[in-house]
Every structure is written in C-alpha cells, then in structure tokens.
Ligand binder design. Structure first.
Ligand SMILES: Cc1ncc(C[n+]2csc(CCOP(=O)(O)OP(=O)(O)O)c2C)c(N)n1
Ligand SMILES: [Mg+2]
Length: 560
C-alpha cells in the first residue's frame, strides 16, 4: 500500500487534507512561515479559495463569520507572533460564539524552538483559554491525523476554535502518507427519559418561556423548532445576537433576550414558571447580568439543553439538564405533543409587547436612525444577511429589525468591535447570491475599514452603513452616567467616510436626513461595487430610547 503513495511536502499534505474535509474557502494574511501551505493550495485552488486579507483581525473575523453562516469550520491562516496576535480577536469571538474554526499559525522550525527565535510564541500557552484545543504538528507524517482531530474537536459538542501551529520544518519536509476521509460531526442525543421529563415539565407549566441561542444550529433544526413551538403555542425569545434562530415575524416571537432588553420581556422571563433554554449558555448578556435567573438555583424550573456538558450546572443548576445540541433535541421534540391552551393568551400578550417595543421612538436630529432600520426591513429581500458590530448603534438594529430566519444575522456575542464589515465580506463571498449589509459604528468601522480593499479585490458587493456620531458613544454614555460632564477619551475626529470608500474603488455616499436614506440605499445596492453609506446622526441620540443629555442630567441629579 505504502508504495502507491506519492511523496508530498507538508504544505501540500495540509492543503489536500483541507479539501478532503470539504473546505472551500480559507482566509488569511500570508507569512514566510507558511509558504509551503500556499504552494499546496496553489495546486487545489479550483476547489479551495484562499482569500487574502489586509489585517489578521479582519481575516479572523471573516473565518469566524464564514463558519457562523455556513456551519462549516472557518479556516484561518496567519503567520507567527505578529500574525497570531493580530488574529486573536476572531478566535476569541469564535470561542464565545461557539463557532467551529480551525486556525493555522506558522511556527519557527523545531531546530530553533524555545530560543525566542524570530516571532516565536508558544501558541499552546497563548491561545490556551481561547480555543478548545491547541497543538503543534511536529511530524509531517502526522498532518492528516492532526487535521482530522482538529475538525472533529472544532465541531463536536459545543463547537469552537482549534489552533494548530505549523513548524517550518514540518511544512517543508516530505512524506508519503494517506489522506483521511472527511470528518463527521459528533452529536450527543437526548435520552428517551430526558424527553419524557421535558414533556412532563412543560405540560405542568402555566407561564412557560423558551430561549434559543448558542452554536450548532442548522436550518432544518431552526425550521423544525419553529413548527414545534408554534404547534405547542409557546412564546419564544432569542439570546443576545441570536435573533435569527426564530423568525421574528412569527406570532410566537417575543423578542431578544439581550442587552437593552424590553423591560416587559425581562419581567416575563423572571415570572416564567418553566424556562426551556436550548443552546444558550445563559451568559451575562442573555441574563441581564445574571439577574433574570437567580444564581445558582433559579426560581423558574429550568430545562437547560446544551451541547457542552461542562456548561450544564456551570452557573445555573437546572431542574432538568440535557446534554445535547439543538439538532438532536429538535429531532426528538417531534415526539413531544403539548396542549398549549393554558399559555396561548400569554404568548399573544408577549407578541403584542414585542411589536410595540420594536416600533421606533422619536429621536433628535434630521436623520431618524430607527426609521432607517424600519426602512431596511422593507427594502431587503427575505434572505438578506445583516452583519453588525459592537457599540450602541447596534441596539437600534437589535430592537427594530426583524430577522427572518436562519442565518440572516451575523453578530459577535463577545461584543467585539470591528466585526460587521469583515463578517459581511465573508458572507458575501460564501453566498454571493444573497444581499449582505454591514451595520457599523464610526469607531467600530475603522477597526477593520481596511477590509473594504478585500471586498473590492474579490467583488464582494456588500453595503456598509456607518453610523457616525463622532464618538465612542457607548463608552461616552457610561462615562456620563458614572462621571457626568467629565468627557475624556471618547471623542472622535472622523474621516469623510464616503470619500474613504471611494478611495478603495467602492461607492460612497453621505446621508444626513431620513428622506435621503431610501434612495441612497437603492443606489448602493445597484452600484455594482461594494458600497458605503455614512449616516450622520445627532450625537445626542445615544440609544433608541434616551439621549445623552438625559443620561447626564439624570446622573447629575443623582449626585446632588
Ligand atoms: C475591540 C473592542 N475594543 C473596545 C471595546 C469597548 N467598546 C465597546 S463599545 C465602544 C464604542 C463603540 O463606538 P462606535 O462604534 O462609534 O459606536 P457607538 O457606541 O458610538 O454607537 C467601545 C470602545 C470593544 N467592545 N471591543
Ligand atoms: Mg460612534
């Protein structure tokens, strides 16, 4: 057998392994540390596209967003120390977002290791807390085994990032080794006893509420859950930045259980007698700072379904912990029939409260940003993807947009700035037939504005909306609340964003009033290039429901 195998260098063995695992796209910034990998991909470039980016922060977000959208592990290539440090932000995002990723990092050769050679870092220590597994492939013959291990680990249980360091000697060395077949996703299933207990707990409920979140969802799981929940008459909310797990147009959708939660929804969660939580970790953002449920034993009966066994009981002791992911749970739910007569009225009220909450309120200035989000609801096709970053500007999106279903939202649950633009670029590259919009803040956008070059280079015709309030508004808001009037370190002097976009070869426009938005957006969609619209909002409009001056006045009054 062995004699039939051809000698290949490590880079080629790795590239062939990726193709074997079904990888169609990888993101990265090149380095001399992994030249053999690029050479290996050169041979398979009709099947595996390496997208060259401008900064590893952008590349790592792209790999993360690609995986979040497609469910396939996101592949990132970065060079040694500087590349690995720049690329960390997307890995941290992937970890908190439970997104499967396989990150490859160039490494000094084993002949120089532990000398603090040029750009040398021990990635096992550096990435230890940000990845499910970090390893270094020290023998060329073992590349197929390590890569297979990496794909299994990234996708099994609670998905997440895996990091593999590639010493130069491993990549340049040659070996005659066999490829391995494509990885399989390992999924635990609930036991029949779990499902009987779940049915019994819900049947006894008077005020049940469901929260969906986390990773590992698929379109059939999302669709299957919706059909089941609607038949059961249950009210459903989505965890922070997971609003696309349940069609927001459904009469059973009650809103997002995240930052800036509808107070009535928060009360509903607190008052629920049974909470069915599927996939969400019940982290700080989803629990309003661990206040919706008491730590460690909630007053509500908690049915907590999570793919990571270690998450169950980590913060909250569930009445019924079930260790499985959403796919197998939804399959098993098909056998659970509930009579929802007791709670149908509650579901109707929850829906009405959501509809009222999601209507834009008046705000200062000529450009009403809430109305812009409302306009987007109507202007976008049903399967459009809206990617958002982190900052107060995103709270209008969370509150006023209606996500129509699986993977119409891309957002970082770790609240990491600079995500929207690269995520949108990756989404457009992965699924070019869909309309993709990035929603960015002025601070947020410039954390990865350079990736407009990547969008132009690959014809990823996304529309970026940049909400300009000339400040790191979120921090300014907190500053005014804690130290009113003592503004420091939060003001921004911005470039002309439209001109910036045009410098890359993208379409750029500035919008200063509500009426200007719809025609500008149409032009942006039709531009035939990536496009950017700067939205100049009144800086006083700090959240969808309050102003900066009101925050300051309240804080000052409190200090008297
Ligand atoms: C990478 C990163 N750096 C810093 C922060 C802290 N932070 C959170 S929101 C924010 C300001 C966001 O500013 P902008 O994008 O202009 O949005 P705005 O709040 O003004 O709407 C900052 C600095 C963060 N979340 N992520
Ligand atoms: Mg801002």
């Amino acid at each position: 057998m062995q004699s039939d195998l051809k000698l290949r260098h490590g880079g080629k063995i790795l590239a062939d392994a990726l193709v074997g695992h079904g990888v169609g796209m990888a993101f990265g910034v090149p380095g001399e540390s992994y030249l053999p990998v690029l050479d290996g991909i050169h041979d398979v470039r009709d099947r595996l596209r390496y997208i060259v980016c401008r900064q590893e922060g952008g590349a790592s977000y792209m790999a993360e967003a690609y995986a979040k959208l497609t469910g396939e592990p996101g592949i990132l290539f970065v060079t040694r120390g500087p590349g690995a440090t720049n690329g960390a932000v997307g890995v941290h995002t992937g970890f908190q977002d439970s997104t499967p990723m396989v990150v490859f990092i160039g490494q000094v050769g084993n002949d120089f290791v532990e000398r603090e050679a040029f750009q040398e870092i021990d990635y096992r220590r550096m990435y230890g807390q940000m990845a499910k597994w970090v390893a270094q492939i020290d023998r060329v013959e073992r590349i197929p085994e390590y890569v297979s291990h990496a794909f299994h680990t990234a996708t099994a249980g609670r998905p997440g990032p895996v990091v593999l360091a590639l010493p130069e000697d491993t990549l340049f060395a040659q070996a005659a080794v066999a490829d391995v077949p494509r990885y399989k996703v390992v999924r635990a299933a609930p036991s029949p006893a779990d499902m009987r207990a779940l049915a019994q707990t819900l049947s006894g409920a008077a005020r049940p509420f469901v929260i969906l979140g986390g990773g590992g969802w698929t379109r059939p799981a999302v669709d299957g859950f919706r059909a089941w929940a609607e038949a059961a008459g249950l009210p459903v909310g989505c965890a922070f930045r997971r609003q696309d797990l349940f069609d927001n147009r459904s009469a059973h959708y009650a809103g997002d259980v995240g930052i800036g939660i509808n107070p009535k929804l928060a009360q509903r969660v607190k008052d629920a007698d049974v909470l069915l939580v599927i996939g969400a970790r019940l982290g700080e953002m989803t629990t309003s700072g661990y206040s919706l449920l008491e730590v460690p034993v909630p007053r509500q009966k908690l049915v907590h379904v999570h793919a990571g066994a270690e998450e169950l009981g980590r913060v909250y002791q569930a009445t019924l912990p079930i260790n499985c992911g959403p796919v197998r749970l939804v399959e098993a739910l098909a056998g659970v029939k509930l009579d929802g007569a007791k709670w149908r009225d509650g579901t109707r009220v929850a829906r009405d409260e959501y509809l009222a909450w999601s209507e834009p309120l008046p705000m200062p200035g000529k450009l009403h940003y809430g109305e812009v989000i409302r306009a987007l609801r109507g202007a976008l096709p049903e399967d459009a993807i809206v990617a958002g970053g982190a900052g107060n500007f995103a709270s209008w999106l969370h509150r006023h947009f209606r996500y129509t279903g699986f993977r119409t939202q891309l957002g970082p649950t770790n609240g990491s700035m600079g995500y929207g633009l690269p995520a949108a670029v990756a989404a457009k590259l992965a699924q070019p037939e869909r309309t993709v919009v990035a929603l960015c803040g002025d601070g947020d956008f410039l954390m990865n504005g350079q990736e407009l070059a990547t969008a132009v280079q690959y014809g990823a015709n996304i529309v970026a909306l940049v909400v300009n309030n000339a400040m790191y508004g979120t921090i300014r808001m907190h500053q005014e609340r804690e130290y009113p009037g003592r503004v420091y370190g939060t003001e921004l002097v911005n470039p002309d964003f439209a001109a910036y976009a045009r410098a890359f070869g993208a379409h750029g426009e500035t919008v200063e009033s509500t009426e200007q938005f719809a025609p500008a957006f149409e032009r942006a969609l039709a531009a035939g290039t990536p496009a950017l619209i700067e939205l100049r909002i009144d800086p006083d409009a700090i959240t969808p429901s309050t102003t900066l001056s009101a925050v300051r006045a309240k804080a000052l009054a409190g200090k008297k």
